[in-house]
Every structure is written in C-alpha cells, then in structure tokens.
Ligand binder design. Structure first.
Ligand code: ASP
Length: 434
C-alpha cells in the first residue's frame, strides 16, 4: 500500500491547519508522498500566497514599490514557522529570495516560491525529506511533460528517502528553469507522482468532504457523492462543477489509480472516491451541474429534411468562426445550434447573416439559455428518469427549451431559460437525489 497525499492551500493556511495535516499524514504510514500547495486563505477576506506573488511580480515589473507586499509574504511564512516552532531557517531562504527580486525576475520562478517555501516548512514539520519538484517533473520546451525522465527521477528520489514532501504547481524545463503549471496545478503534480509510483490511492485533501451532488450555492447542503467514475466526473466538471484541475484525472486513469477527495477539517469523513468502475447501484443519479450563458441559433426552412448536406453547410460556418458547438437539437424542418455565448459574442451578427444567406433559411438568435446536466452511470437502460425530470420541472412551472442525451446514457442535458436555472437545479436535486 502506498499513498500520495496532496494538500490544497486551505489545508495549509496557518499553524492550526499545518497541525491537522501532520495528524492526517502520520496517522497512516502509507502516506509516504506528500504534495503541498502554497499557504492559502485564512478567511474569506484573506489573500492566497500565490496571488500575493503574482501581485509582487507585477509591482517589480512596473517598478512600483513593493515593501508592504513583501512584508505580508514574509510575515505569513515566518508566522507559521514560529507558531509551530519549526526548525527550518525559512528566514534565510526568504532573504535570499528578497536579494533576487528585480524588474526582470521570471514570473514562473517567483510564483513557484509559494509552493517551494510552504513544502519546505511542511517537510521539516513532518520530519520527511524535502525534494524539489524541479528535479522531478521535467517538461520539454513545448510544455509537454517528459514522462520517461520524470518517472525515472521520481522513482530514484522515492527509493532513496521513502518519506518525501514535494512542492506542487511547478517543474522544470530542460535547462533547469522553473516551469509553472496552470492555476490549481498542484492537483496535477500529485497525479503525476501517483502515476510514476503506481500508488494504491491518490488522496486529494481540501476543505470540502468530497464532490457534492449539486452546487451548494444553489442547493442547501447537497449530499456528497461517495463513489463516482472518471467519466461521470468529467461530465460534471465540464458542466461547471469545480472539483479538481482538469488535467488531474488523465495520469491516474491510465493506471486505474483511484482518487480519494478528502476534507482536512473532517478527516474521519471518507469523502469521494473517483475510479474507472463503480459498483454501487444505490443512486440512479450521481450529480447535477450546469452553466448559464448559452445561446441558440435557431434555423428554420421548409422541407429542410429533403436537402442533403443542409446541416453540414450550417455547421461549417461555425467551424469557419472557430466556434465550438455544444448541442444540435433538431426537428424536421428546423434545428438549433447551441453554443456558449462567449464564443460568438464578437461574430454573432456575421454568423446570423451568413447562415441566412448561405442556407436561404430563417435564422433567429436566442440568448440567455442555461444548460443543466443530470449525470449518472446507473441511468443507462433504466426507465423512468425522464419521467421524473419532467414531472419535477412541470410541477415547478419550468419550461424545457431543449433536451439532449449522449449515447452512453451517462447524462441528460436540459436547456432552460437562464432565469429558471437555479430553480431547475434545485427542483431536480430534490426530485432525483435527495
Ligand atoms: N497555489 C497555486 C494556485 O493557487 C497552485 C495550487 O494551489 O494548486 O493556483
């Protein structure tokens, strides 16, 4: 048994959180690889260390005085060290970083120091060996991970020390300079390490007890999901549920390593397990997610169904404007092309004009649509779900604008007017999940 345990910024925001992490790590001897984000927010009004570093970089770049920001950064790190009596000379590292600050300092390098310093504090606090991510995760100049070299590096580092702490969020280019991942990238670091060592489980510790079955800003206390497949998670994430960095799943999915999402503030809660195949059949619907700000190009033409290639002609115009299409619900002599409004904001008038001209059709643009996805691996080949959906929406006087279902029956997409969005999610949650 071997576990990678990654802790997010909220799990590392102050001394109390550091202590919780230590209790968690030391309570299970298989937690031998620990990945740290940078110190996160202590409360809602606080600023993450990563954000402070981005601000510091902007000040340096534009030669704006940065003394106050530096002091905030310095005090946060030294505060955690002093509160816990950690035996690592972080002041020395901070002073040498200060000496490096100048107008041309690399943003990737500077911002990565959040994870660098936080993980060094944690390694010292745990009594684990600190290993720099730039010596493990190696990237080519095109930004692609050198999987072979990375795996070799990780295996060597782990075989030497067997209890290691690694900073998340960065690696290195072939010349050794820091390559920063995109925001939230420590999740990806954890997944890469999990894959390289083919661990039993990849634990991802945050401040929620797993993936929630609906957006808690809309539904009061939604249930957490116990088990979810990678595919279901992808459907929910695609439709707006923010769970993990989107590149997290791929490395672990290749070796079928489960991801366990856990809550640092509730360590006894088993959280959510994400894996390739889930056997639990208790719930038909796993979760509900959605997004606003879609629009539909509605295209009408008499006897359209007799014209071969009509739809292809329409879709090629969307391709010409590089618009990615979400859904194409259709009738006999009409169909709609549903797209995120942000993608057509600049070319909407040209698209309508060209669609009308090239297709000799009537075209209207409908704004303010929302899409809601009902997701569940257990929906396949089970009768009655659509009935329940329509009943719930009908009871709440919500008009369905469009409907779509993927061939695997993993999701049902319901399009409604944006004003009905919250009500749709809440009604469906109460009808299908609660
Ligand atoms: N600290 C970085 C961020 O705030 C990376 C991470 O937390 O995963 O995005």
């Amino acid at each position: 048994m071997l576990t990678v345990a990654k802790f997010g910024g909220s799990s590392l925001s102050n001394a109390t959180q550091f202590q919780k992490v230590k209790n968690i790590v030391l309570s299970d001897p298989t937690r031998q690889i620990v990945v740290c984000s940078a110190l996160g927010k202590r409360d809602k009004s606080d600023t993450k260390i990563t954000d402070l570093l981005y601000i510091l970089h902007a000040h340096l770049k534009f030669s704006v005085p940065y003394g106050d920001i530096w002091e905030m950064l310095y005090n946060r790190f030294v505060g955690v060290k002093n509160d816990l009596g950690i035996d690592y000379d972080i002041e020395e590292d901070l002073n040498s970083l200060k000496a490096e600050l100048n107008k041309t300092i690399s943003e990737e390098y500077l911002v990565s120091r959040g994870e660098y310093l936080t993980s060094k504090l944690m390694a010292s606090f745990l009594g684990y060996t600190w290993v720099d991510a730039k010596d493990l995760l190696r990237y080519n100049y095109d930004g692609k991970l050198d999987e072979e070299l990375t795996e070799k590096n990780v295996k060597i580092a782990f075989s030497k020390d067997r209890k290691i702490v690694v900073p998340g969020f960065y690696g290195a280019y072939p010349n050794g300079s820091v390559k920063l991942l995109s925001r939230g990238g420590s999740d990806v670091t954890g997944a890469i390490l999990a894959k390289c060592l083919n661990v039993t489980v990849y634990e991802n510790w945050t401040d929620v007890s797993g993936v929630l079955s609906a957006d808690p800003r809309i539904v009061k206390n939604p249930k957490a999901i116990k088990e979810i497949t990678y595919a279901e998670l992808r459907e929910l994430s695609y439709m707006g549920a923010s769970v993990l960095h989107e590149e997290t799943v791929y490395p672990v999915q290749q070796l079928n390593i489960p991801i366990n999402l856990r809550n640092t503030n509730e360590p006894d809660n088993p959280g959510t397990v994400i894996r390739e195949v889930c056997t639990d059949t208790t719930n038909t619907v796993t979760g509900i997610a959605g997004k606003k700000d879609f629009c539909a190009f509605n295209i009408f033409k008499d006897h359209m169904s007799n014209e071969v290639g009509f739809m292809a002609k329409a879709l090629s115009l969307f391709q010409k404007y590089e618009v990615s299409i979400e859904h194409v619900p259709s009738g006999i002599d009409s169909f709609s092309v549903v797209v995120p409004y942000s993608q057509v904001e600049k070319c909407q008038y040209e698209l309508v004009t060209e669609l009308k001209r090239d297709l000799d059709a009537e075209v209207t643009l409908e704004r303010d649509l929302a899409l809601v996805a009902v997701v569940g691996r257990n929906m396949a080949k089970r009768a009655g779900i659509c009935g329940e959906i329509f009943q719930a929406l009908g009871k709440n006087k919500i008009n369905v604008r469009l409907l779509a279902q993927g061939p695997q029956e993993l999701n049902i997409i319901i399009g409604v007017q944006a004003v009905d969005y919250e009500n749709t999610i809440d009604s469906l949650y109460h009808a299908l999940i609660k």
